[in-house]
Structures are given as C-alpha cells and as structure tokens.
Design a protein around this ligand. Structure first.
Ligand SMILES: Nc1ncnc2c1ncn2[C@@H]1O[C@H](COP(=O)(O)OP(=O)(O)OP(=O)(O)O)[C@@H](O)[C@H]1O
Ligand code: SF4
Ligand SMILES: [Mg+2]
Length: 321
C-alpha cells in the first residue's frame, strides 16, 4: 500500500466575529474537526456547497491561514511543530493553484519573471533557473516564446496553464487546486483537467482538488470527501461514492448534478431550506433541518464519521454512531 503524504486530524478553523445588534463576540466555524488521509499519487476531491469550508480547509493545510486546532502531518512532519526555517522547507513541497490566476499573476511582470520568483525565493542557483523555467513552460503546453509576454496577452485557459507552471516550479509533492477550472469555458475545462492528469504522472504529484462541480470531480478524483458546514460527512473511493452514496446530503448533491438523461430528473431530491449559518450551526446532526430521513436522535446527537463497507459516513442511519 502507498504511504500517506498528508494526514489531517481534527483540523479546525474558527474565525472570530461579532454577532447581532449587540455585537456579541462569536465564531464562524469554517472547518470543524476534519480528518483526512491522502496517499502519494492520488487525487482527493473535496466537494460541498458554497461556504462549507473547502477553501479554508485547503488554506489551513498550506498554512496560508493558521488553524485553530488539530494536526497536519505532511510527508511525515507535524506542521504544528516546525520552526520557521523547517516550515519554509516543507512549504516548498506544497503549492496552490487558484480559481482565477489573473488575480494572482502580477500584470506588470513577464511570464519568465513570474516563474522565476519562487526559484529566487527558495535560493535556487541562477544556473538551474532557466532550465527549470523552460522545462516547466513546455510541460504545461506553452513554449519558450511565451516567456517574454505579460499575463494580459493570454486567454483564460493559457493563464491557468501559467498558474499551474508557477505551482510546479519548485517541483512540489502536493498541489491544492481550489476550483482550478470553474472560471473556464467547458471546452477548456477538459483540456486543463487532462493537463493536470498528465502532470500528475510526469511529476508524481498528489492533488487535493476542491470543486463545487461534481462532474469535474468525477473526472479527476480517485477519492472524494463531501463537506457540509465545516465537516466531512462522507468520504471514500470515487466510484463507490458516486454509485452508492450513503449520506442523505451526498444523495441530494448527486441528484442535483446536471444529467444528460431528462428521465433521471424525476428522482431528484430537492434540498429543503438554505445552508444554516456557520456562526450558529444546528445542534445534533448539522444537516438535520434539511434532511428527509431525519430521526428524533438526529436533533440532539451529532453523528461521527465511521467506516461502513469500506466508505466513511457520518449519519445515524448507518451502524452505531
Ligand atoms: N477570513 C475570513 N474571516 C471570516 N470568515 C471567513 C474567512 N474566510 C472564510 N470565512 C467564512 O468561513 C466559511 C467557509 O468559507 P470558505 O471560503 O472556506 O468556503 P468554500 O466552501 O470555499 O466556499 P466557495 O465554494 O464559495 O468557495 C464561510 O462562512 C466564510 O464566510
Ligand atoms: S444523521 Fe440524521 S439528520 Fe443527519 S443525515 Fe443522517 S439521517 Fe439525516
Ligand atoms: Mg472556496
């Protein structure tokens, strides 16, 4: 069996806020006790509605925001125990690809300059830099002559290729891709997804792939974690999860995904109500106000994530929680 590259245990991120007329101090529970294990070379898809904590989870793992609880073990190292120098060395191996690279590519810099920045920051010798830049720009399907151009001279798909090239410059082990194709036309999306798959093989990458689009996740992921209000409610191998979803929320999400066959629409589960507030989540199972299978105990007792037939699910309908 492959070794885990990332183990997240009880990861938590609370943002302090002031609530209501009296500005009472409170918290947004953006990520609330997430456990995940990602093995080398695999792609874990993270799905869930807007605001469920997908981006915050990714940012906490990369330490772009400081978690308020839990542990993250990356490549055998406990991220919470590292000094500044060691943290810098570890962070080199974890990179992020963003939804809209235009926001993160400095418009005043040429592509060569943009790709050099991470190399300079990590003291890669000058003699190695040009070779790394050339190899990487070609690996993402662009060429040498693109290096002297500026970000605005590229299409959305090309800009995402540059965003991916920048993430690849330091030859990371883990890439967290946060909605990397959501801003692109459907025809371009599949090109970028195929590129990510090719690069995964070529550079032995592990991906955490965040997306609200189940079709995209089905295309690229090996395993999938479904998040609801900061928690993982179902987690397991993609094929099992898509063919035999267990959690009522996963069932509703899958039934709401676009289908090619109009007859399938008849079986759609319509989610009742809106996503509850992350600063005042319901007691018991956080999904109980919207669940069409809610039991009496669901209103008071929070279900724990447990293994059921090789998958993991947090729901009182299964086993003993
Ligand atoms: N810096 C912050 N300060 C306060 N609250 C925040 C901050 N960042 C995120 N949140 C809140 O944390 C919750 C989770 O947000 P997050 O961006 O992680 O969700 P998401 O699943 O990525 O959503 P989307 O699909 O819209 O990108 C939301 O309620 C959000 O408003
Ligand atoms: S624990 Fe209860 S309310 Fe929550 S998803 Fe399962 S059946 Fe629904
Ligand atoms: Mg997000």
């Amino acid at each position: 069996m492959r070794a885990p590259i990332l183990q997240v245990k009880g990861l938590e991120k609370r943002f302090p806020i002031q609530k209501g007329w009296f500005r009472k101090p409170g918290y947004i529970y953006a990520v609330n006790g997430v456990d995940l294990t990602v093995y080398k070379g695999e792609t874990l898809g993270i799905v869930g509605e807007s605001g469920c904590g997908k981006s915050t989870l990714g940012r906490c793992i990369l330490r772009l925001v400081e978690p308020t609880g839990g542990t993250t073990i990356f490549d055998g190292k406990d991220m919470g125990q590292l000094n500044k120098r060691d943290m810098r060395a570890v962070k080199r191996h974890m990179q992020m690809v963003f939804q809209n690279p235009f926001d993160t590519l400095n418009p005043k810099l040429t592509i060569r300059h943009i790709l050099s920045e991470p190399l300079i920051a990590h003291h890669i010798p000058l003699a190695e830099r040009e070779d790394l830049i050339l190899k990487t720009i070609e690996a993402v399907g662009l060429s040498m002559h693109h290096l002297s151009r500026y970000p605005h001279e590229f299409s959305g798909g090309q800009r995402q290729r540059i965003g991916i090239a920048r993430a690849l410059m330091l030859r990371p082990k883990l890439i967290i891709a946060d909605e990397p194709v959501s801003a692109l036309d459907v025809s371009i999306q599949s090109q970028i997804l195929n590129l990510l798959q090719d690069l995964q093989e070529q550079f032995e990458l592990t991906y955490l792939f965040i997306s609200h689009d189940l079709g995209v996740v089905e295309h690229i992921a090996d395993k999938v974690a479904v998040m609801y209000l900061g928690e993982v409610v179902e987690y397991g191998k993609k094929h099992e999860l898509f063919q035999r979803p267990m959690h009522p929320y996963t069932k509703a999400l899958l039934s709401a995904a676009p289908v090619s066959d109009p007859d399938e629409r008849a079986d759609r589960i319509i989610l009742q109500g809106d996503l509850p507030s992350t600063s005042n989540p319901p007691n018991g199972c956080k999904f109980h106000l919207r669940c069409n299978s809610c039991l009496e105990m669901c209103k008071t007792v929070a279900p724990k994530l447990q293994e059921v037939e090789g998958q993991f699910v947090a729901c009182h309908l299964y086993g003993h929680t």
